[in-house]
Design a protein around this ligand. Structure first.
Ligand SMILES: Nc1ncnc2c1ncn2[C@@H]1O[C@H](COP(=O)(O)OP(=O)(O)OP(=O)(O)O)[C@@H](O)[C@H]1O
Length: 246
């Protein structure tokens, strides 16, 4: 089967520095791949390249076998690439439901009913929070809202929403007691709905609890991509972490 995502010698240099250095990686349909690595390894930069926020200076990106290397972010989003960011990005003056509606409309959905919005919010366990301001949500619930926004294109029979979800540190800023539920939610989007997930995460218990495979970045290079246990036992990976005193 053609991988959902294929990176071939992907590189990105800026101001004379090579930030991403010839990364080649295939991600299969329905796979949950965690991307780990010390601070500054290039994880977010890799997400920026895959989502189209930045353009590579070398190599290619394929989605479902088709080159998307030079497509702008909104065209990739229409092909099912959805992304969340390291810091949660909600609008303080908008309600929770309005966020979902906005995400649906910007994905081209014309008619958005209250029931549709409630359905998406229920999917992320925020069913009773729609009328409240997003600013009033806990960090964990803001993260759930961001996931709801990735699912929003499903409204009114639109597309299936993000099939390839790029989640950049979804546990950042989330209270310890909320991480379990958020982890369950990500697992269910992956296992129950078959969505392909790339996850950048520093919490190793979350990575080990979720990932089918772990990719390790270091100084812009891909050190390893393998089953979690294999990666943890890899001497080069251990050296990369110890060397950076993580
Ligand atoms: N636009 C840019 N211009 C110059 N350097 C950049 C730019 N974006 C990122 N970098 C540098 O590239 C390197 C990788 O950054 P990136 O944010 O991708 O790392 P990361 O692995 O996501 O780190 P963290 O775990 O701290 O979030 C860092 O040294 C960063 O300073």
């Amino acid at each position: 089967m053609t991988p959902v995502l294929q990176l071939d010698r992907l590189s990105w240099s800026v101001g004379g520095a090579t930030i991403i250095n010839e990364v080649s990686l295939d991600v299969g349909e329905g796979e949950l791949l965690a991307v780990i690595g010390p601070n500054g390894a290039g994880k977010t930069s890799l997400f920026n390249l895959i989502s189209g926020l930045t353009s590579p200076t070398g190599g290619t990106i394929r989605l479902d076998g088709h080159a998307v290397t030079s497509l702008p972010p909104h065209r990739r989003s229409r092909r099912g690439v959805g992304r969340t960011f390291q810091s949660s990005s909600v609008f303080s003056t908008m309600t929770v439901a309005e966020h979902v509606e906005l995400a649906a409309r910007s994905a081209g959905v014309r008619r958005v009913s209250e029931a549709d919005v409630r359905g998406v919010l229920a999917r992320v366990r925020l069913a009773d929070r729609g009328a409240g301001l997003a600013a009033g949500l806990s960090h964990g619930d803001k993260r759930k809202l961001e996931l709801a926004m990735l699912l929003a294109p499903t409204l009114a029979g639109g597309s299936a929403g993000a099939r390839l979800m790029l989640l950049d540190e979804p546990m950042a800023g989330v209270a310890a007691e909320e991480t379990g539920e958020l982890t369950d939610l990500i697992r269910s989007l992956h296992r129950d709905e078959g969505r392909t997930v790339l996850l950048v995460e520093h919490h190793m218990e979350v990575v080990l609890g979720l990932a089918d495979r772990v990719a390790v970045m270091h100084h812009g290079q891909l050190l390893a991509a393998a089953a979690p246990a294999e990666v943890m036992a890899n001497a080069t990976v251990q050296q990369a972490y110890l060397g950076d005193e993580l």
